[in-house]
Design a protein around this ligand. Structure first.
Ligand code: SAM
Length: 416
């Protein structure tokens, strides 16, 4: 495919594969948009934290922020450089040095993709102006779910049933009420629904399913029939970390609690690809590789990187900044799949690291992965997918966490 074909593919599919590198650029707005017929995601609402272009020879600076945090980072970098790295930091640095050539090659291929770079600023702005989201008036599901009233909260779900084959496409609007917390809520396959709760509307994609509960109820997700288990299991835990604490973004969980996630029981007997987002902390990495993944039955994980870029294609920060890497890692491995035996089967067994690049959205919001990983997912097609600690929904997905409706607020959408 030449560059303009790839650009057409990005517009149609949300993915631009970069020639000559193990890397792809993705547009999460396009990828998530595939779950909706009557609504579209508003790019300026998704890319709410848009990063301005680099200053000459300088580092990244988020639009509208004061320069002081940047100065703090540079000071910390100088301090880290000035003192000797301790033993754990040296291991982290060696890991970074190992990843560096792949990350640089991926980024260089993005900078060589001139058509894509010209397309990016328009892609993140879109053609709709959206006022700032009123975060203060959003429902705080984490708080509501923890209150004694939680079992009594209900969401009114409105969905449109087509009345037949008439040309006008007339619909009958039907309503049902569903408990909001501690229950599985399913949306029909034939069209998205709108959920009303405490004066706000939530857009619920067709064929999606969610359960809004605390960790203590996570075992309710285990299917009665193993054949309804999952082929893709994405896990983005609320790892304990200073940045989340500082921003008070969401509650965190002690790392060892994750040993109790029933990942093996959620896996489909025909195989599951497990994707775990991790932070760049070396201690966490060791815990994950030595204890957590083995306890879930995941062996020999492959590492992918999510490299974050700005609207001009430059990195959101200095690649070598010790405490603020402009990339995040994800570990991918299989359950119920023997890599050797499966090498001739219908799905491609993961081999080697890859880089996914995108312009980041809200704090900690990860790019959607199903499409880019589709060829590596074992089991029946379409795959059954689940996200643990989710903040949004998707067609064909079960989303679990204490706030899976967070990004379904109608403020992030417009009607087609
Ligand atoms: N993957 C998400 C995204 O792309 O937007 C981000 C997930 S964020 C890292 C972790 C999520 O876990 C937050 O929504 C947080 O509220 C949730 N969480 C924290 N403690 C939890 C608990 N005890 N039970 C369930 N969910 C919890």
């Amino acid at each position: 495919m030449d560059a303009s074909d790839e650009l057409r593919s990005l517009e149609a599919t949300g993915i631009y594969r970069l020639a000559g590198s193990r890397a792809a650029f993705v547009d999460p707005v396009r990828l998530l948009g595939e779950s909706y017929r009557r609504f579209r995601l508003v790019p300026s609402a998704y890319y709410s934290r848009s990063f301005g272009p680099s200053r000459q020879g300088g580092e990244a600076q988020a639009e509208g922020t004061a320069p002081s945090p940047d100065r703090k980072k540079r000071k910390r970098k100088r301090q880290t450089k000035a003192r000797e790295l301790n033993a754990v930091e040296r291991i982290a640095e060696a890991r970074h040095q190992e990843a560096r050539p792949l990350l640089i090659s991926a980024h260089n291929s993005l900078l060589d993709a001139k058509y894509l770079l010209e397309y990016l600023p328009g892609m993140i702005k879109g053609d709709e102006c959206r006022p700032e989201l009123e975060t203060s008036s959003e429902n705080n599901f984490v708080e509501l779910g923890g209150s004694w009233r939680a079992p009594f909260y209900e969401m009114t779900i409105c969905f449109q049933k087509p009345l037949g084959q008439d040309e006008a496409g007339t619909c009958d609007v039907q309503k049902r009420s569903s408990p909001l917390f501690n229950r599985v809520v399913r949306v029909e396959e034939n069209g998205e629904a709108e959920g009303e709760f405490q004066g706000r509307l939530y857009v619920l994609p067709k064929g999606s399913c969610f359960m809004m509960t605390d960790f203590t109820h996570v075992r309710d997700l285990i299917p009665d029939n193993p054949n309804t288990g999952y082929n893709l299991i994405v896990i983005d835990p609320p790892w304990e970390n200073g940045c989340v604490r500082q921003k008070e973004a969401y509650p965190t969980l002690p790392n060892r609690n994750l040993l109790y996630l029933p990942v093996q029981e959620l896996a489909h007997p025909a195989g599951a690809l497990v994707v775990l987002w991790i932070t760049n902390r070396e201690k966490l990495r060791r815990f994950v590789e030595e204890e957590l993944l083995p306890s879930w039955g995941v062996k020999d994980p492959t590492e992918f990187y999510w490299l974050k870029v700005k609207s001009d294609g430059s990195l959101i920060g200095d690649l070598d900044l010790f405490h603020h890497r402009p990339y995040e890692c994800l570990l991918l491995g299989y359950i119920n799949v023997n890599r050797e035996a499966e090498s001739g089967s219908k799905f491609k067994v993961l081999q080697g690291s890859q880089v996914i690049m995108s312009v980041p959205g809200a704090h900690s919001r990860k790019p959607p992965l199903q499409k880019i990983l589709s060829e590596y997912i074992p089991g029946p097609k379409p795959p059954r997918c689940i996200e643990l600690f989710a903040r949004e929904l998707g067609s064909g997905w079960t989303s679990w966490g204490n706030e899976p409706l967070h990004f379904q607020d109608s403020a992030y959408f417009s009607k087609k």
